[in-house]
Design a protein around this ligand. Structure first.
Ligand code: HEM
Length: 496
């Protein structure tokens, strides 16, 4: 099939992309933004959140066209660099919120530019602040800068912090003509001393992801019990024929959430849980909470010679090895029974592509002085992280009690309603997750209004009958975020 006729491309049928040998796959990558089908690996990332100024439509569109043509990293460029083991000089993304689309006048009211009216599209249109399903904290309690409306986010990532700072400065100089900079978040790729990605609670992260490229699938040693492959339909959305040439291009829905982690509270609760279970150390209790040990080894007994992601819970229906409420298990039940009787195939359709990064801010950075510009604040954030990197303190728990640390959670999907929101609202936040009343996901579960706080049931594999009731929750707090869409490069380059 040639792309000149690409409106017939069936995304659900394309998996294991092989751009080395397949021209159509190369073309798909060349028009798609990077970061969606595979993650980039840069030390530092700046997310510049914008609100377009009134009466500046022409300037805004001109800049978007320029940025898309000259700066935006395509999935093809990303694939070429990573297949030649070259690290990125500068990695970039540009996402629009529904308010951003309305500003650009691509849709008004009920009309949406890239599809028919279904519930999940409405979900995107209404934005994260007004979401009726997620049981998020009220927007008034979010970080002040996050309470403003956001039209777009520009992501800039680099290994070198001073080069990133000049890139951010240059971009801001261009943006200020037509946009107000609402906020700049700075994320970093937190790595353990062994070199793998870890999050602030101290667990290896980014192990289980849907994989779309043949080269990524080939890196997995074994897939006997879990198949990580996914069709493009899991993460891409067809854009309408906006250029009027009969061609369709692809983008992806994107959820951004700033999630503050209370590491001290979490560690203390792990110790308490360990004591109640009569465990000598806390490692086992921590693993029960996450569903994996800190080094990533899953709690579900792994058959010999398999890799860390080749497992399921079929032999553990009652949660004796891995609790039914454990974060990894709730976020991906891998075919285990739940109250909705979702089949393995149905559960697989709720998977998301996770691209989160850690943040670390001091109290001063959280409470900026009046009149401090977002750029100045960004400069302080990046200087702070650079100093910590020089002192070799980015990998551990060197933060003080006053510091704020957390995850800049970012995920891509074909449908926010069917994927991110399903995991968060229907699985993580629901006490009645499986056939049992298992309680909240202990990491990300947010209590539903009118639902009583109830402790989860915990036990260890050696004594499955001895259950301990303990409420492990609320150590992750949502402090801001928005729903975005990552349009195709073609769409952005041809914005008129
Ligand atoms: C601060 C917040 C969070 C922390 C500390 C955290 C931590 C982790 C860790 C350590 C893993 C295991 C490593 C891996 O399989 O890659 C994991 C897996 C996962 N998390 Fe989270 N996570 C957080 C937020 C979220 C959110 C908000 C969602 C979605 C609503 C989510 C969805 C998932 C999924 C889908 C998996 C993979 C499960 C699997 O396929 O086995 N996480 N998370």
């Amino acid at each position: 099939m040639s792309t000149s006729n690409n409106k017939f491309i069936e995304l659900s049928k394309i998996a294991g992309l092989d751009p080395d040998h397949n021209q159509e796959h190369r073309e798909i990558l060349s028009k798609l933004q990077g970061n969606i089908l595979s993650g980039y690996d840069c030390h530092y990332t700046a997310y510049i959140f914008l609100k377009f100024k009134a009466q500046k439509l022409t300037e805004t569109k001109a800049w978007i066209r320029y940025f898309a043509a000259k700066k935006l990293t395509s999935a093809k460029q990303q694939w070429e660099l990573s297949s030649n083991a070259v690290t990125h000089n500068l990695f970039t993304n540009l996402f629009l919120s529904s308010k951003g689309y309305i500003y650009l006048a691509l849709k008004t009211g009920d009309e949406i530019a890239w599809g028919t009216n279904t519930f999940w599209e409405m979900f995107f249109r209404e934005g994260l602040k007004n979401n009726p399903l997620l049981d998020d904290p009220q927007p008034q309690t979010w970080e002040p800068r996050w309470q403003a409306d956001i039209d777009a986010v520009v992501l800039l990532a680099q290994n070198d912090s001073s080069e990133l700072a000049s890139e951010v400065q240059e971009t801001i100089n261009q943006l200020t003509e037509f946009a107000e900079i609402i906020n700049i978040d700075v994320g970093y790729n937190k790595k353990s001393s062994e070199g793998y990605v870890i999050e602030h609670f101290g667990f290896r992260d980014g192990i289980s992801q849907p994989l779309f490229l043949k080269s990524d699938l080939e890196k997995n040693c074994s897939t006997n019990y879990w198949d990580p492959s996914a069709p493009l339909g899991l993460v891409l959305v067809k854009e309408e024929d906006l250029c009027g040439n009969g061609q369709y291009y692809f983008g992806s829905y994107c959820v951004y959430r700033k999630l503050e982690q209370n590491v001290r509270g979490f560690d203390q609760a792990v110790q308490e849980l360990a004591q109640q279970l009569g465990l000598a150390g806390e490692e086992q209790a921590a693993a029960l909470v996450m569903g994996r040990y800190r080094d990533g080894t899953p709690l579900s007994p792994l058959p010999a010679n398999t890799d860390q992601n080749d497992f399921n819970y079929i032999d553990d229906p009652n949660g004796n090895s891995c609790p039914l409420q454990a974060h990894s298990r709730k976020a991906n039940p891998r075919g285990s029974r739940n109250k909705r009787n979702e089949s393995l195939a149905e559960q697989r359709q709720h998977r998301i592509v996770r691209r989160g990064l850690s943040y670390w801010e001091t109290r001063e950075l959280q409470q900026p002085h009046e009149n401090e510009t977002p750029y100045l604040l960004f400069q302080k954030k990046i200087d702070f992280l650079t100093a910590k990197a020089k002192a070799n303190q980015l990998h551990g728990k060197f933060f003080t009690e006053e510091d704020k640390v957390g995850l800049l959670f970012l995920c891509f999907q074909n449908s926010i309603f069917n994927q991110f929101a399903h995991i968060q609202a229907t699985w993580a936040n629901d006490n009645h997750f499986s056939t049992h009343e298992v309680g909240l996901d202990p990491v990300i579960g947010q209590r539903k209004k009118h639902q009583p706080i109830q402790g989860q049931c915990w036990s260890i594999a050696a004594e499955p009958e001895r259950k301990v009731k303990y409420n492990f929750s609320q150590f992750v707090k949502m402090t801001g975020g928005e729903f975005f869409f990552a349009p195709s490069l073609i769409f952005l380059q041809h914005l008129e």
